[in-house]
Design a protein around this ligand. Structure first.
Ligand SMILES: C[S@@+](CC[C@H](N)C(=O)[O-])C[C@H]1O[C@@H](n2cnc3c(N)ncnc32)[C@H](O)[C@@H]1O
Length: 434
């Protein structure tokens, strides 16, 4: 069935706003749909996918869209990529011809940078790290929409039980290769109304995030801190891995993000999670737990460049100066979080960035300053967790190799005979814990 011609005008209108890059694309889309309540589910899906296709292919499309009515042409290119030219209504003869001409272009013959569809600064950084040939393959994988990944909440169900119930919906799901509780769905069904979702038996979570939670190695009865918990994606996974025992603190500076954790927590059935808003990484609330914690996960704020499959606008919105600032912030957060660990305890540093500056360089800087911590090679950690992934010292998940978002992680162990934690100046805050 063809989409109504008005969808093209809607796509053009929202695209004009999104390409100003003054807000995240998903925020602008949600607001647009709220302001246009008459758009149905299918229309919304087409507009959103059309916009995302433009964001993924912006360099390439912009060259062909030209000036004048360029925004309409961009919308046409985006929608045709997302839903197919045959599903679009309202195209003039000239526009149909334009689409045919574009379709005939063999993209594999284009220069590497054009194929990569990345801003110059990012393309250069990727080439310096990965080389030109791999940058193109990586960029092409980042330019594909991500599949829908689910994590089974082991407190409520087994993976087989969930797979069987999904099959009755009917939703085809397959077990993931690396995440023991993961299921992958290739279509995008709405899950919100499924009893499985309402009961907290499933959560949406990329396989890479699930592997990260797993390598924390949190055990029953332990004291664990998720230092940058946000809306709690990894907190919920950790709480279930601890079999709802011990104590799991979910720290974050953002009240809004922690508030989003609350309903998920209620659904999950976990009672071992304690959300705590902190003012910053040197908050006095952290000092109280210093030297007492078994495992700390620092899922640090980062450029997010590993998540371009889901957030293609990030590559156009991110700036090289911001990456440098992010590095300094990451070092400060890791430093603050490290004080929590007891001797023998493990600190896991993770990002969804693909840039060394936010990954290896942060860990190296940390280790140079903290003689009481040592790197646990990732191949050792993965073997402990029985995850069959070939890695060296670090976890480096890449979309073109592992079909996950891009993730980095390092595991740092505090030496057993470490000196008692030196008192560190903290800025007192008034707020009480929890
Ligand atoms: C990558 S996100 C975390 C995502 C989350 N772990 C998940 O799995 O859904 C990074 C988080 O760090 C938080 N953050 C930023 N600065 C922080 C700080 N100084 N201390 C603790 N958290 C911080 C942000 O509010 C954000 O929620």
């Amino acid at each position: 069935m063809r989409l109504p011609p008005a969808i093209l005008a809607n796509t053009e209108e929202v695209l004009r706003e999104i390409l100003r890059f003054s807000a995240p694309a998903d925020t602008t889309l949600s607001r647009y749909f709220k302001d246009h309540p008459r758009l149905g589910g299918r229309e919304r899906g087409a507009i959103a996918e059309g916009v995302y296709a433009v964001l993924r292919n912006k360099s390439f499309f912009t060259d062909f869209a030209g000036s004048g009515n360029g925004m309409r042409r961009l919308a046409i290119l985006g929608l045709s990529e997302a839903v197919g030219a045959e599903s679009m209504g309202g195209l003039s003869e000239e526009e149909v011809e334009f689409l045919t001409r574009i379709k005939e272009i063999d993209r594999t013959l284009m220069p590497a940078q054009k194929r990569a569809n990345l801003p110059d600064w990012l393309y250069e950084k990727f080439v310096a790290q990965y080389g030109e040939a791999e940058t193109v393959i990586l960029a092409e994988a980042l330019n594909q929409p991500a599949p829908l990944d689910l994590r089974v909440n082991s407190i409520k169900a087994t993976r087989d039980e969930v797979m069987n119930e999904l099959a009755q919906a009917p939703i085809a799901a397959e077990p993931m290769p690396f995440a023991p509780l993961g299921l992958r769905i290739h279509k995008k069904p709405s899950l919100q109304n499924l009893p499985l979702f309402k009961s907290g038996a499933i959560e949406v979570q990329d396989e890479g995030s699930q592997v990260l939670s797993q390598i924390v190695g949190a055990k029953r009865g332990e004291m664990v801190v998720d230092f940058c918990a946000g809306a709690g994606g990894k907190t919920l996974a950790l709480g279930a891995l601890m079999r709802n025992t011990g104590r799991l603190y979910a720290f974050d500076v953002s009240e809004k993000r922690l508030a989003k954790l609350k309903p998920r927590l209620a659904r999950s059935g976990l009672s071992n999670v304690h959300p705590v808003q902190i003012a910053h990484e040197r908050d006095v609330k952290i000092k109280r737990l210093a030297g007492k914690v078994d495992r700390v996960l620092v899922d640090a704020p980062c450029s997010g460049l590993g998540t371009l499959r889901r957030n293609p606008d990030v590559k156009w919105r991110q700036k090289p100066e911001a990456v440098t600032e992010m590095h300094d912030k990451q070092v400060a957060i890791l430093d603050g979080a490290a004080r929590l660990l007891k001797g023998g305890g493990r600190l896991v540093y993770a990002t969804c960035s693909l840039l060394d500056e936010e990954n290896e360089r942060v860990v190296e800087q940390f280790l140079a300053k903290h003689e009481d911590f040592a790197l646990v090679p990732m191949n050792v950690v993965l073997a402990e967790q029985k995850i069959e992934l070939e890695m060296g010292d670090y976890l480096k998940l890449l979309p073109h190799k592992h079909q996950t978002d891009g993730f980095f992680a390092a595991v740092l162990e505090r030496k057993k005979m470490a000196k008692p934690v030196a008192p560190v100046a903290t800025e007192e805050t008034d707020a009480e814990e929890e």
